[in-house]
Design a protein around this ligand. Structure first.
Ligand code: COA
Length: 433
């Protein structure tokens, strides 16, 4: 059979494809903006045929109907990162959360901790050699597909073709479901005064020629706003969104100073609008690799002047960062935070920044606290942390004693909470602030 015949022999409807899933199977699905929405919808419609099908993924951006109340007998969910659609189910005990560095998620599948029965993925149409691109989401999706017993691919003609090591051959796919729908989009967040102040402080720490990792949300986007006068920045990041396109077009992001993948933007997944997806399509400047490569701290460290910018829910007086839970309630996950903090720490002249607003819950709660909330996870440990930034300034913690750290952090807390934090400081350290 030639490639076209091989391709056609595998084409089925979504309804036919999901009949290959059996009760008790573990199904790993593509996630974030790469979620294979048509096949997932067919799987949910076929729910009466299943008992205890375990769904594993990270960021849920689609409807996640398998998580709705009443679906528990058909589907169990094991979240490696909790998001808007899975938070309630995890909190109510209808779903589970498994902690894992993002860089190590592929290992869960490859080394038999979570063997994959079925991988449901979304791809671009094949090129003349039969290679389909993982498009906006390579991350753990490609490694899961590579070790799954059955691979179901939603082949979407709207999926951009991304370069790098971002392909799978038609011969490695068992069932193909053809689709033609827009890729899920994430609209740019609103950037307010607080985010702008934080963005300005972060940008002041970024030198020309730095390589950046930026998380998701308003703060990373605000940082980008203040980088317009920098020169020859590079990107080696878990993800990027639309803000990066603007800086490439403005000639600020060139990647010319990068040691590793010189001139290239290296990422593992993308979340943005069609503008971003059009930019990456067939663009050799953007290289996508699996997350066990992109987020590997040893790989990250090969970039000089690596600057990673992530966020936090709470930072305690010692500099311990909780970025994933509100007390005992799992809010998100470690994602790539520690991967990049450690990579930046090992990089020549690298720095890591935790950037957050000084308060939460409309100003009612200080994010700088004497002690993390009971049950809160320590995401980044005190020995790894360096810069903490709020709208009130920059606290540099590396090389500082516990007492000096607490002082530096209180100085960037919201003024409304500083007096009570100072009282705690004086009790703990037995001295005046
Ligand atoms: N106490 C109680 N509630 C808190 C809180 C605190 N200390 N800090 C935040 N919250 C609440 C906020 O009020 C908000 O609630 P709302 O949605 O009802 O308004 C919610 O938690 C989200 O807070 P926000 O500050 O807007 O979060 P964010 O969207 O900027 O995300 C993290 C911050 C830390 C959750 C996020 O960056 C994350 O998950 N990080 C870990 C993963 C990671 O770093 N990946 C790396 C690169 S992608």
């Amino acid at each position: 059979m030639n490639l076209q015949e091989i391709y056609e022999s595998k084409v089925v409807t979504a309804e036919q494809a999901v009949r290959k899933i059996k009760s008790g199977n573990r199904v790993v699905t593509g996630h974030a903006c790469g979620e294979p929405t048509d096949v997932l919808a067919a799987m949910v419609a076929n729910c009466e045929a299943y008992e205890n099908v375990e769904i594993v993924h990270m960021v849920p951006m689609g409807k996640a109907e398998y998580l709705k109340k009443g679906m528990e007998t058909h589907f169990t969910h094991n979240a490696v990162f909790v998001g808007g659609c899975s938070r309630e189910a995890v909190a109510e005990g209808r779903a589970d959360f498994t902690p894992c560095y993002f860089s190590k998620v592929p290992e869960l599948f490859q080394k038999g901790y979570l063997p994959v029965d079925v991988a449901i993925i979304q791809l671009s149409p094949p090129d003349k050699n039969g290679n389909c691109s993982f498009g906006v989401s390579n991350d753990y999706t490609k490694p899961a597909a590579k070790c799954a017993k059955i691979v179901i691919a939603e082949v979407n003609d709207k999926m951009p073709k991304t370069m790098g090591d971002s392909f799978i051959n038609v011969s490695e796919i068992d069932y193909i479901v053809e689709a033609s729908h827009a890729i899920i989009e994430l609209q740019p967040p609103k950037i307010g005064e607080i985010e702008r102040a934080i963005g300005g402080h972060c940008a002041s720490l970024v030198e020309d020629g730095s390589t950046l990792q930026l998380g998701i949300g308003a703060i990373p986007d605000a940082v980008l706003l203040f980088l317009k006068n920098k020169k020859d920045l590079g990107i080696h990041s878990e993800m990027i969104s639309d803000g990066v396109v603007e800086l490439v077009e403005a000639g600020v992001i060139t990647g010319k100073s990068k040691v590793l993948h010189n001139g290239k933007i290296v990422v593992t997944f993308l979340m943005g609008t069609k503008r971003l997806y059009d930019f990456v399509d067939n663009n050799p400047m953007v290289e996508m690799y699996s997350v066990d490569y992109v987020n590997d701290p040893v790989v990250v460290a090969q970039n000089n002047k690596m600057v990673c910018i992530n966020s936090a829910i709470q930072v305690d007086f010692m500099g311990q960062v909780n970025a994933e839970s509100i007390g005992l309630t799992q809010f998100s996950g470690v994602g790539g935070q520690v991967d990049f903090v450690r990579g930046a720490n090992m990089s020549k002249d690298g720095i890591s920044i935790m950037a957050m607003s000084s308060t939460a819950a409309k100003g009612k709660i200080s994010k700088i606290v004497p002690i993390l909330d009971e049950g809160a996870a320590v995401t980044t440990g005190r020995n790894d942390v360096n810069y903490v930034v709020t709208e009130y300034g920059i606290a540099q913690l590396k090389g500082k004693s516990l007492r000096q750290r607490a002082r530096a952090l209180i100085n960037i807390a919201h003024p409304y909470f500083r007096n009570e934090l100072i009282l705690e400081f004086e009790k703990r350290f037995n001295c005046e602030f």
